[in-house]
Design a protein around this ligand. Sequence first.
Ligand code: VIB
Length: 222
Amino acid sequence: MGYRFTDLIDACKPEWRAYIEHDFVRQLGAATLGDASFRHYLKQDYLFLIHFARAYALAAYKSSTLADLRQAHEGLKAILDVELDLHVGFCREWGINEDDLAGLPESRATLAYTRFVLDTGNRGDLLDLHVALAPCLIGYGEIANWLNAHPATLRGEANPYDAWIAMYESDEFQGAMHAEMEWHDTRLADATPARFEALTRIFRDATRLEIDFWQMGLDQAD
Ligand SMILES: Cc1ncc(C[n+]2csc(CCO)c2C)c(N)n1
């Protein structure tokens, strides 16, 4: 008893490290990532974000307190009003226009990950859903920090992916990440071992699907 969010990471260490330190991340940090791989990733991430917005709408539906409902609403607004606009701008800088985005076929990795999150939320409760979302929300912040601590990482104009790292190292994003970890800490504090084990399975599967998402980008897979 008395679990914390970091216990989920500790329970899934090999998968978590494989996600945080994936070749896609390493190459992005070292500025050796092929631009076609990055473009493929950006396009699929547009589809990912749309389903992620739906997951926040599901979180609103699964909320039983006003505080949780407001949190889900803020998350949905942040994706629709900020993240997606930023992402479309980012895509434009990489030569992908809105018409390209509108007609995109969805890759298997995008399909598997996003529908896993939505299904987990549908059949479970709000905590199950947040645990399925956690590798995304918390992992990207940790990736930015890991890249900054890694000697092979290039920052500034020497790296065309610098703006991507900057987005996730920002105080705003790191603050949101810590707030999410605290939310988990509060909910996990009174989880039973059986409940924690069920949540660990969700966390591990979502992390494995994040690994597949990086690999899909690297391989430009459909
Ligand atoms: C495959 C994939 N996984 C995680 C993220 C990161 N991410 C997506 S939405 C969001 C915050 C929403 O307010 C964050 C951190 C991504 N872009 N793509």
